[in-house]
Write a protein that binds this ligand. Structure first.
Ligand SMILES: Nc1ncnc2c1ncn2[C@@H]1O[C@H](COP(=O)(O)OP(=O)(O)OP(=O)(O)O)[C@@H](O)[C@H]1O
Ligand SMILES: [Mg+2]
Length: 282
């Protein structure tokens, strides 16, 4: 079932002469995990802001085409109506922190408080998301005194607490170490299993290959590829466009050149191991 649809969307920032997003067509289906990739400045964050409705509301500028959420044009919703439907984790976690509360526990509870959720439920929910995001030990700290990685996890926790159906998450692991990065993907995987729709901007291609369903590739504001991850991530022509591909795709290509016939649409280590096992015949 389609939950979000972009139809011929073109967007130009105020004072900008050229569009930042051009003629984008996208269909987002409920319950699927989409990874958005593309070079710096290709328009990933802008696309997220369009989907969340911050564009044109906050950023102004000119938005052409239509963005449809659950069958209704996005401009027919107020930002307040969109907030509980689409959770948004900002690229810079500093922007997520409200500053209204002076410790992490209260910061995470803040959104629920605003919705008038009963105290007992808030406590349960906050404790649960703090556990999931490994932020329990930060409960009494000032949110502004955290490291970038800690702030990223608190930002994720405060969005998780609100339990939206759709999550737009802009580079949540940019300041995290590999272990914490895996943890974030694990959280997203759990959210997916709960039936949530996920739109994730991320550069870590091996993790995208493992966890995502579909991949959307942006180049200079244009959606140049979009589809099932094996189809998109095995497209060697993307390398010339500065897009990283999984190591196994490059290895499969090398094997092909050496006359060893393997499936080129191998995007994870596990799939490669299986192929090699089949080849060896054991
Ligand atoms: N508020 C703004 N006003 C004018 N131009 C902007 C604004 N924000 C972004 N841009 C421009 O739009 C283009 C796309 O920016 P955007 O932040 O969407 O890219 P991105 O793919 O998210 O990049 P990154 O990987 O660095 O996060 C860039 O050329 C940028 O300079
Ligand atoms: Mg960005």
């Amino acid at each position: 079932m389609t939950c979000i649809e972009l139809k011929n969307v073109t967007y130009t920032y105020p004072l900008s002469k050229t569009p930042c997003i051009s003629h984008a067509d996208l269909v987002i289906e409920k319950g699927k995990f989409y990874a958005v990739i593309g070079a710096n400045g290709s328009g990933k964050t802008t696309l997220c802001n369009i989907i969340r409705g911050f564009i044109p509301e906050f950023y102004q500028g000119e938005l052409e085409g239509s963005v449809i959420l659950d069958g209704k044009n996005l401009n027919e919703y107020t930002l307040g109506e969109l907030a509980p439907k689409i959770g948004y984790v900002f690229q810079n976690p500093f922007n997520q922190i409200t500053g209204a509360r002076d410790n992490v526990y209260e910061e995470i509870a803040y959104g629920l408080e605003n919705l008038g959720v009963p105290v007992d439920t808030i406590r349960k929910k906050v404790e649960e998301v703090m556990e999931i995001t490994n932020t329990v030990y930060l409960a009494k700290k000032n949110p502004f005194e955290l490291s970038g990685g800690q702030q990223q996890r608190v930002a994720l926790a405060s969005v998780l607490a609100l339990e939206p159906d759709i999550f737009v998450i802009d580079e949540p692991t940019s300041q995290l170490d590999p272990k914490e990065t895996e943890r974030v993907f694990d959280i997203i995987d759990r959210m997916k299993k709960m039936g949530k729709t996920i739109i994730l901007v991320e550069h870590k291609i091996e993790l995208i290959a493992e966890y995502a369903d579909d991949v959307i590739v942006l180049e200079n504001g244009c959606v140049i590829r979009s589809g099932e991850k094996h189809e998109v991530l095995s497209d060697l022509s993307l390398i010339e466009k500065g897009i990283d591909l999984p190591q196994t795709v490059l290895l499969a290509d090398e094997l092909q050149k050496k006359g060893i016939s393997v499936d080129e649409k191998i995007i994870t280590k596990e799939e490669m191991a299986q192929q090699l096992k089949n080849l060896i015949g054991r």
